[in-house]
Write a protein that binds this ligand. Structure first.
Ligand code: SAM
Length: 285
């Protein structure tokens, strides 16, 4: 067992991280070394270097992002809503402590203001210092960071943001309410009359109940709702979804997408809302 956690084990001189995905599933990664560990007032923070996925951010034993596949998630949750909005100026990230979404947003010179509200300052500090492959190691001048609960932060923001990106951990503990209808309602109210939100909506295979609840709640609030997916190997089931709630825009505004990205391109943007039959059946049931 490593210092403060039972999910790191030394087995025959090999260091292993074992992530518990649920009652009946674990996923283990062989590690080169532990880079950083902290018990913040909010959660246990770990940055490790793994053989197969490079550096990884692990919060309370759950892998959040890695140097090897984090770009898929960060690009998809960011560039799809930004492609739908023709003239986004003010953007808010809720959560996002690894700073990977901030790095993607810094690719838009047209943005005026980028806010990020993250409950745990230590995650941001550790990611900027030890997880540069994801965070980029620095923050754009347009960014203002708020270290508080995103649920409270959003309650008094009315009609301010063009795009809100909910980059939360899984629905446990302090992140649980970030998947509930009351919270999505506050997000709706914090958006301008033509605003767009995106959020991660978990695995359609492993957490289809979370996906369905989240999708249905957003559908009850927003006139337009869209689901899209991507393959992210370090998330349970590998197959991950994102949901968009839009007040006005339904079709892609930036058909000329040419940002410096590794996953999202014009073809992905134009086809990502084509979902597999079982997903269509799930969200339309
Ligand atoms: N991409 C990752 C994933 O899907 O697992 C998550 C990225 S990011 C590390 C998630 C962040 O959400 C964490 O840093 C966590 O501290 C933050 N968070 C959780 N609950 C929050 C809340 N209520 N308000 C603001 N931030 C929150």
């Amino acid at each position: 067992m490593y210092k403060n956690c039972d999910f790191i084990q030394n087995i025959n001189d090999e260091l292993w991280l074992t992530e518990k995905e649920g009652e009946n599933l674990t996923l283990s990664y062989r590690l080169k070394e532990i880079i950083y560990e902290e018990n913040s007032p909010i959660q246990h923070i770990l940055i490790v270097d793994s053989y197969d996925f490079g550096r990884m951010l692990v919060l309370d034993g759950i892998v959040q992002t890695t140097e090897k596949d984090g770009f898929v998630y960060n690009e998809m949750i960011c560039h799809i809503p930004l492609s739908l909005h023709p003239n986004a100026k003010n953007v808010l990230i809720i959560g996002g402590g690894d700073c990977g979404v901030l790095k993607e947003l810094s690719k838009y010179p047209s943005l005026n203001e980028i806010h990020m509200v993250e409950i745990d300052k230590s995650v941001v500090e550790a990611s900027l210092k030890y997880l540069k492959g994801v965070s980029g190691g620095k923050i754009d001048k347009k960014v203002t960071l708020f270290f508080e609960d995103g649920i409270k932060f959003i309650q008094d923001k009315k009609g301010y943001y063009d795009v809100i990106i909910i980059d939360s951990s899984d629905p446990l503990g302090q992140a649980e309410a970030l998947f509930e209808k009351d919270f999505y309602k506050s997000v709706y109210e914090a958006l301008k009359p033509d605003g767009i939100m995106s959020c991660q909506s978990e695995s359609p295979i492993y957490y289809s109940d979370v996906l369905k609840n989240s999708y249905d709640s957003i559908k009850e609030l927003f006139p337009l709702v869209k689901l899209y997916s991507a393959t992210i190997p370090t998330y349970p089931g590998s197959f991950w979804t994102f949901t968009i709630g839009s007040k006005k825009y339904n079709t892609v505004a930036r058909d000329d997408f040419s940002l410096d990205t590794k996953y999202v391109n014009k073809n992905i943007i134009n086809t990502c809302f084509n979902n597999a039959e079982f997903i269509e059946n799930l969200i339309n049931s």
